[in-house]
Each structure stands twice: as C-alpha cells, then as structure tokens.
Design a binder for this molecule. Structure first.
Ligand SMILES: Cc1cc2nc3c(=O)[nH]c(=O)nc-3n(C[C@H](O)[C@H](O)[C@H](O)COP(=O)(O)O)c2cc1C
Length: 321
C-alpha cells in the first residue's frame, strides 16, 4: 500500500492561538496544513461582527496556510449568521465546536454538552446545512459522559455533507485525564462516511508512529499541546530538515509574539499573562522545563519578563527530541 502524506492541523486554543500567534507561527515554522481559530461565541444574529471580533478572526490565510474559523453555539441562527460573516471575509470552511468539556459550557448544552442529545445536533445541522455556502466541519469528542453517545451521533453526522469530522478521542467528563480511547475511535471511524481527523495526545514522533501503526488509513491529524510544547513537531513528523539554529528560531518567534501583543494591547500588563500562558507549554522544548518556567512565571513587569527570557536563552538548552 502506498502511504499517503499526512496533513497536520494546528488545534485551536482559546487565549493562545490568537491572530498574532497564528500569523507568527506560520511565518516561523513549517509542516502545518491548516490553522484553526479559537471558538467565537455570543454575537448578534444577522449583524456584521464587531470590529474587535473581525480583527481576531481574520485573515483567511497566514503565510499561505488556510485558517478555519470555529464557532461555539447551540443556535442554528447564530451559526448561520457567523457563517455569513466568514463567507464574506473569504474563508473556505467553518468549524463547529462540539468538544469543549468545561462545565460552564456543557451545562448550557454547548460544546461537548450537546453530544448526549443527537436530536438537537440533527436539528442544528439540518438548518445550517441548508444555508451555508462554505465547507462545514465539526470538532467533537467521543461523547460527553460516555463514548456510547457516539452510537447515536454517527447516523446523524452521516446524513449531512460534513467536510471533515475531527474527533478528540476522549469524552468530555475526562477533560484531559486518562489516555485517548483508540478502541472507541476505531469503532466510530469504521462507520463514519466523511473524512475523519484524529486528535489527542500526539506529543512526539513516537506517538505519531504508534497511532499510525493502529490507524494506517488515517492521514488527517489535529495536534494541539504537542505543537505548543514543541513548535517543530509538525516538521519532525513530516521529516523536514530542522533549521541549523532551532534555538534562534524559537527566540525570534517568542520575541516577535511579545512585541505583537504589546503593540496590539497598547502595553497592557495582560500581555504578561498571555506570554506566561504560552511559556507553560513552550517550556517543554527545553531540557529543564521547570527551571525555564520559573524564570518567567513571577514576572510582574515587562522588564522582569525580558530579563527572564534573556536568562532562559543564555542558560537553558533545547531538548533533543
Ligand atoms: C487552554 C485550552 C484552550 C482550548 N481551546 C479550544 C477551542 O477554543 N476550541 C476547541 O475546539 N478546542 C480547544 N481546546 C482543545 C484543543 O484544541 C485540543 O482538542 C486538545 O488539547 C486535545 O488535543 P491535543 O492532545 O493534541 O492537545 C483547548 C484546550 C485547552 C487546554
């Protein structure tokens, strides 16, 4: 059997994979085939998006890589309204979030909270599919309280021309604990008619190899924390040549991101929180992650932060994967 090349999608992260992050990541690293925006929610139906939301959504390409907007909603009207905005801005695909596991979201039957209610999913898809002009994809988990919820969702998903179905192979109740459930994922894949994208716990080449040995036919992968931890992961998986000085690439990226946030937020101190949130993942690119994070964690001023970063790059070594 000829091995198809794998496509790698960068998973959305609320608060991290922002517009500046997507643009700079795409400019500095290779190997990602699609970028997703964090979810958009709560907007007025039938209206053009307010300027701040438009800014967070655009652009439809970053350094030639397609960006897919994501929506979190249980209202078909709201999804359609957002879809019309996306169409107008030139996006090619809209993704519906049926995977967010946090109680404040699931309680309102949004995200993974909708998975135990296949009739509700059916009603939304029926209305949205009639009206949407761009591709429509879905990102879900195997269920919210049980992976058996998938049994009733599969015929619903199969009734509609869903462009791609991404499955994070856990249930909502687990949040991020335990391991992805390959058996339930395999059961779903064998019955689903549309292209399925696998998501969950690909942190290194070895995880990818293990996944491929069980699912050689799946060539669409969405990776999240693995790329936040090691921005070179997609290039490693695809066997691309590494830059001669990977440390310099990471340094330039993180500095560019910091400058972009300071500019975008007019030097608001929230920039420090945004950078720390990302460093909580990026620290794993280094041999001594805890020592790395310690150098930025307590930064209260821009000066503290800049000194911390300087110290990291002068005293810490990148991990050799
Ligand atoms: C802080 C945080 C924010 C997230 N935000 C989103 C989001 O906006 N939309 C979404 O579909 N998934 C979101 N996710 C889930 C990730 O996209 C991804 O599905 C999850 O981390 C599993 O993939 P991984 O094991 O490759 O990280 C978020 C996860 C975390 C930890």
């Amino acid at each position: 059997m000829i091995q198809q090349p794998v496509s790698i999608y960068f998973a959305p992260f609320q608060g991290i994979t922002t517009k500046p992050f997507r643009a700079l990541y795409a400019g500095h690293f290779q190997g990602v085939d699609k970028l997703y925006t964090p979810y958009f929610s709560n907007f007025a139906v039938g209206c053009t998006l307010p300027p701040l939301k438009q800014k967070a959504l655009k652009d439809q390409y970053e350094n030639g890589i397609e960006v897919v907007p994501q929506v979190l909603s249980k209202s078909a009207e709201e999804i359609i309204s957002f879809a019309h905005n996306c169409e107008e801005f030139g996006f090619k695909e809209l993704n519906l979030n049926l995977g967010c596991p946090y109680p404040q979201v699931t309680r309102k039957l949004r995200g993974a909270g909708m998975l135990p209610f296949p009739d509700m999913v059916d009603g939304i898809l029926e209305k949205v599919m009639k009206d949407i002009k761009i591709n429509f994809s879905v990102k879900c988990r195997l269920g919210n309280l049980s992976a058996r919820e998938m049994d009733a969702l599969i015929p619903v998903f199969n009734r509609y021309p869903i462009n791609e179905l991404t499955i994070h192979a856990r249930i909502g109740k687990q949040l991020y604990s335990g391991k992805p459930d390959f058996d339930s994922f395999a059961g779903a894949v064998s019955q689903l008619k549309m292209p399925v994208v696998y998501n969950g716990d690909i942190f290194a080449n070895s995880d990818f190899e293990q996944f491929k040995s069980r699912f050689p036919e799946i060539n669409l992968l969405m990776i999240g924390r693995g790329i936040l931890n090691d921005p070179f992961l997609p290039a490693r998986i695809k066997g691309f040549e590494m830059p001669l000085n990977p440390e310099k690439t990471i340094r330039t990226f993180i500095d560019d991101l910091y400058i972009a946030y300071r500019k975008e937020r007019d030097d608001n101190p929230s920039v420090l929180n945004a950078m720390k949130e990302y460093w909580a993942y990026l620290m794993y690119s280094f041999n001594e992650p805890i020592n790395v994070f310690r150098k930025v964690r307590k930064a209260k001023t821009f000066n503290d932060y800049e000194n911390g970063v300087e110290e990291i790059f002068s005293s810490q070594e990148l991990k050799t994967w």
